[in-house]
Design a protein around this ligand. Structure first.
Ligand SMILES: [Zn+2]
Length: 323
């Protein structure tokens, strides 16, 4: 744990702790050791012979600590009590608990945490570190689902304790984290998975482009800055190339004339998927770079920028619409 109580019951971060003072576990109130090594970040630990009254097995990995420490101190390691039981949430922002999980965790424990926090009135967003699986090539994008789908061979069985993920269910949200081959962090919010009779099977899943959170007035944290979406990353990428988004339509019809046409599906009218107006095949997808004598267009979704023809044959561009 990174936070313990001093003699006055004040929260103290491990790195700021004074080894001469006494600190207590916020849950069982026992005295804990201050561990301030030079390599690992500082933390508090129970004495070797003490077991905390809290039955949950808290992740103590470096990854876990580094994720938590992105949040303001006052939002980390928050004690939640309900029905006479007390546990420690990794992060609490308003009504939203965030749990980071790098180390293995059992089906039963995930289920217990979800039930406890939901019963206490909180939504829970899990962030599972799947870097190893990604690096081993077991998770890879698949061509289905508008470029938002992934395949995962040998998915973790413990995740089957979740209800089948759903785009609009915010009480229990799953993120799969990894750093992709371009070195970018991904927090993939899972909005659908394959399932067997409602039991999720993450052999195939779809990740949303949107973070689940909206900023709440009682949360100083811009959580949206933390849970970066594909679209955010793409926008940053595009700005470096002096490009900007335009809507790309699958076809041309009437009022859609100002849009750019998807070169991959020029004849298809695929509009209004996921509440977005744009090509349903590759969605937002067109980037435009303004030149002195016109503009250049690129297909830029999901992850790459592909140059495409100036315009669809027979289509006269009447300006560049804003995204
Ligand atoms: Zn304890």
């Amino acid at each position: 744990m990174q936070i313990a109580f001093d003699e006055k019951g004040k929260r103290v971060l491990a790195y700021a702790a004074d080894k001469g003072n006494e600190y207590h576990c916020p849950l069982c109130k026992r005295i804990v050791n201050v561990c301030q090594g030079s390599i690992k970040e500082a933390y508090f630990a129970h004495h070797a012979n003490d077991t905390c009254t809290d039955s949950w097995n808290y992740d103590m990995s470096e990854w876990h600590r580094s994720m938590q420490s992105r949040f303001p101190e006052k939002q980390r390691e928050i004690i939640v009590s309900h029905g006479g039981i007390t546990h420690r949430a990794d992060v609490l922002c308003g009504n939203q608990i965030v749990e980071f999980q790098h180390s293995p965790i059992s089906f039963e424990e995930i289920k217990e945490r979800n039930a406890f926090y939901n019963a206490a009135g909180y939504s829970v967003a899990w962030v599972f570190d799947l870097q190893e699986q990604y690096d081993a090539g077991r998770i890879s994008p698949c061509d289905h689902y508008n470029g938002l789908g992934y395949k995962w061979s040998y998915p973790k069985a413990s995740l089957q304790c979740f209800p089948q993920p759903h785009e609009y269910d915010k009480k229990l949200v799953i993120h799969f984290y990894w750093i992709n081959s371009d070195g970018e962090e991904e927090f993939n919010r899972v909005i659908w998975s394959k399932h067997d009779g409602g039991v999720p099977n993450f052999k195939e899943f779809i990740a949303s482009d949107y973070p689940v959170y909206s900023e709440s007035p009682d949360s100083p944290l811009k959580v949206s800055d933390f849970f970066i979406t594909k679209r955010d990353r793409l926008q940053v990428h595009l700005s470096k190339l002096n490009c900007r988004y335009v809507i790309k339509y699958a076809g041309v019809r009437g009022h859609q004339r100002d849009a750019y046409i998807c070169p991959r599906r020029p004849g298809v009218f695929g509009i209004k998927r996921y509440s977005e107006r744009g090509c349903s095949y590759c969605r937002y997808c067109a980037a435009v770079k303004e030149l002195p004598n016109g503009f250049e267009s690129y297909c830029c979704y999901p992850n790459q920028i592909h140059e495409v023809d100036e315009c669809h044959p027979g289509y006269e561009c009447s300006g560049v619409p804003e995204f």
